[in-house]
Design a protein. Structure first.
Ligand SMILES: Cc1cc2nc3c(=O)[nH]c(=O)nc-3n(C[C@H](O)[C@H](O)[C@H](O)COP(=O)(O)OP(=O)(O)OC[C@H]3O[C@@H](n4cnc5c(N)ncnc54)[C@H](O)[C@@H]3O)c2cc1C
Ligand SMILES: *[C@@H]1O[C@H](CO)[C@@H](O)[C@H](O)[C@H]1NC(C)=O
Ligand SMILES: *[C@@H]1O[C@H](CO)[C@@H](O)[C@H](O)[C@H]1NC(C)=O
Ligand SMILES: *[C@@H]1O[C@H](CO)[C@@H](O)[C@H](O)[C@H]1NC(C)=O
Ligand SMILES: *[C@@H]1O[C@H](CO)[C@@H](O)[C@H](O)[C@H]1NC(C)=O
Ligand SMILES: *[C@@H]1O[C@H](CO)[C@@H](O)[C@H](O)[C@H]1NC(C)=O
Length: 526
């Protein structure tokens, strides 16, 4: 017996409704966009960029320019069973993850696809602490609403995988109390965080958010790299951007403009991308721009300064076990008065073997570094140095962190689960711990800074010294939100988008008032 046709139709409609949400128009042909104007141009369709674009589309036309391709239907992005593979499979100009090595010698990654780093990351979702939000001077209620907007769309409660349950007990055995269960809040102790992987193991990136604004007001140009911002004749305001195809002929340049009256260019190209584009647009330290013969638009010394990355240490607890199921982090310990964040994952080392490590980061490191140009090619990585563990405080914190990690690695739960055969020798003594830290420091991928609020952008995220240009992404953080930053970057896009909508509404009302008042009444055109 076959099921009745109407039932099939209903099932089919349901599948269509849940999967086929309306997405904006996307193209990879720069000629389609060349010469056009939009209310807003968002540079970089990453974690913050998609969130901003979706929000602004409610009232305005938005162009998103993303150097990478589409995440939709790409198993390397979407499927949890391939978690981490995108980092193994990188190339110079087209892979979804672009690798870079900082001048400290540490290997690192940046997203290069619509969805940005939310398409290649661990997917662990955790809000910033109340204290962080207070310090940033943000409106608490709007922050709450913005987090909730994001969470209702791309955040899920994970079902603990096998190793994550073991680690959770390991954290508790090591004394990271209280146990907070499933929580999106950044509070001390051990918790299960949110995830952008859903219950079926499918990743939802920030690109999904584009379906929740007014998709028909958004145009997405993929596979196009922005070279620089265009300014008006006397360099007082941004009027558009220059871009080129990400692959193919780089000498062919195209332009798009923002609407004359109030249009803006918003950089959301990430902590490496946004300071990079500012420098290529002549906004940065004069001497450095002179070295590359870039005409100075604004001599802004702080561009590329205050680059920071949270130093991480990971202790291998199971080296190259056959092929365990890959596990993104789901459980975290927030330890020693918010100083350290501990997590664990099962990560691929190649197509057949996996590695399990227990890792921790210093939440608020003191060391700062710098980003500089290495060439004027916008497709190449800029050069960046983070100066890991340069400050004595960071090095001291690292020693403490290694001891905590050893507690977890030696906990009964972890040893029982893995057996003891793979245990590294126990470290002790300041000198031994110090050299271990220096030799093994790594990234937790939470690098930030370069266009910091208060030095490169003002409180409204407007670039100092020029009008109609903002930066809204992880590059504006002087400190990372303590916890994993993605939640707060997604929130920031929504939050600043709403602020811009409100700002324009106020301005337009005032303009109407002037327009209607007797003195200011417009003269008839000759
Ligand atoms: C491997 C890895 C794992 C991580 N794990 C986690 C985690 O589990 N939880 C968590 O909270 N955080 C995690 N993070 C950190 C988090 O993902 C990032 O901090 C956050 O996504 C940064 O957002 P962003 O908007 O600043 O930049 P991005 O999301 O990187 O977006 C920048 C976008 O701009 C585009 N772009 C850059 N230059 C140009 C140009 N010239 N023209 C056009 N487009 C351009 C890029 O292609 C990219 O799409 C991880 C990061 C990495 C790399
Ligand atoms: C866009 O770039 C991606 C990644 O490099 C590539 O797979 C895709 O084919 C490109 N699309 C077009 C239309 O050029
Ligand atoms: C230059 O700036 C002045 C004042 O800011 C403005 O009135 C003028 O129109 C600008 N000129 C050009 C060519 O943009
Ligand atoms: C390893 O993975 C392959 C393919 O997914 C599977 O067939 C095999 O059973 C796995 N082996 C182990 C030891 O888990
Ligand atoms: C994967 O890595 C392991 C450990 O380094 C190595 O022994 C193995 O040969 C590698 N396999 C492949 C297919 O590269
Ligand atoms: C800078 O460019 C040079 C030459 O193009 C290259 O050899 C070097 O690796 C680059 N450095 C970085 C940090 O990318």
């Amino acid at each position: 017996m076959s099921p009745p046709v109407f039932l099939l139709i209903i099932i089919f409609m349901f599948i269509n409704l849940s999967q086929g949400m309306q997405m904006p128009y996307m193209t990879s042909d720069p000629k389609e966009i060349s010469g056009k104007s939009f209310d807003y141009i968002v540079v970089g369709g990453g974690t913050a960029g998609c969130s901003i674009a979706a929000t602004l589309s409610d009232k305005f036309s938005v162009l998103v320019i993303e150097r990478g391709g589409s995440p939709f239907g790409d198993p390397l992005v979407e499927e949890r069973k391939y978690f981490g593979y995108s980092l193994l499979k990188t190339d110079e100009y087209s892979s979804v993850a672009q690798s870079f090595t900082s001048r400290d010698g540490i290997e690192n990654y940046r997203g290069r696809v619509l969805g940005g780093s939310s398409a290649i990351n661990g997917g662990f979702y955790s809000r910033a602490s109340e204290e962080f939000i207070k310090k940033a001077g943000w409106d608490k209620n709007l922050v709450q609403d913005s987090y909730k907007w994001v969470e209702s769309k791309v955040v899920f409660m994970p079902q603990l995988t096998q190793w994550q349950s073991v680690v959770q007990f390991g954290f508790l055995e090591a004394g990271f109390f209280p146990y907070n269960g499933y929580s999106l809040e950044h509070t001390q102790g051990t918790k299960i965080g949110g995830s952008i992987y859903d219950q079926c193991g499918k990743r939802h990136t920030s690109a999904d958010l584009l379906g929740f604004g007014k998709p028909n007001c958004i145009t997405v140009l993929l596979n196009a790299t922005v070279k620089s911002v265009i300014f008006d004749g006397n360099k007082t305001r941004a009027v558009g951007v220059r871009f080129m195809k990400s692959d193919g002929d780089s000498s062919k340049t195209y332009k798009a403009h923002v609407e004359k009256h109030r249009g803006e260019v918003i950089l959301a190209a990430g902590s490496l991308g946004s300071p990079h584009i500012l420098l290529l647009s002549g906004i940065g330290p004069e001497n450095h721009l002179n070295d590359f013969d870039i005409p100075v638009t604004v001599n802004l010394k702080q561009v590329g300064r205050k680059m920071s990355d949270n130093p991480g240490i990971s202790l291998l607890v199971d080296r190259f076990s056959q092929n365990r199921t890959l596990e993104p982090p789901q459980v975290a310990a927030i330890a020693e008065d918010y100083k350290f964040i501990l997590e664990s994952e099962v990560f691929p080392t190649n197509l057949t073997t996996t590695r399990i490590s227990i890792a921790a980061k210093i939440a608020f490191p003191k060391s700062r570094g710098r980003l500089k140009l290495n060439s004027t090619n916008p497709r190449e990585n800029p050069s960046v140095k983070f100066n890991y563990l340069e400050s004595k405080e960071d090095l001291d914190a690292c020693l403490e962190m290694v001891l905590l990690l050893q507690h977890v690695a030696r906990s009964e739960t972890v040893t029982l689960f893995l057996g003891t055969q793979t245990q590294e020798k126990l470290l002790g003594g300041d000198e031994e711990l110090k050299s271990f830290c220096k030799d093994n420091v790594r990234t937790y991928y939470h690098y930030h800074g370069g266009c910091v609020v208060g030095s490169v952008v003002d409180e409204d995220y407007k670039v100092n010294g020029v009008k109609r240009l903002r930066v809204i992404d992880g590059s504006t953080f002087e400190e990372s939100p303590g916890t994993n930053p993605m939640a707060t970057v997604l929130m920031l896009g929504r939050y600043q988008g709403i602020k811009i909508l409100r700002e324009r509404e106020t301005e337009e009302k005032e303009e109407d008032k002037r327009f209607l008042s007797p003195q200011g009444s417009p003269q008839p055109q000759p």
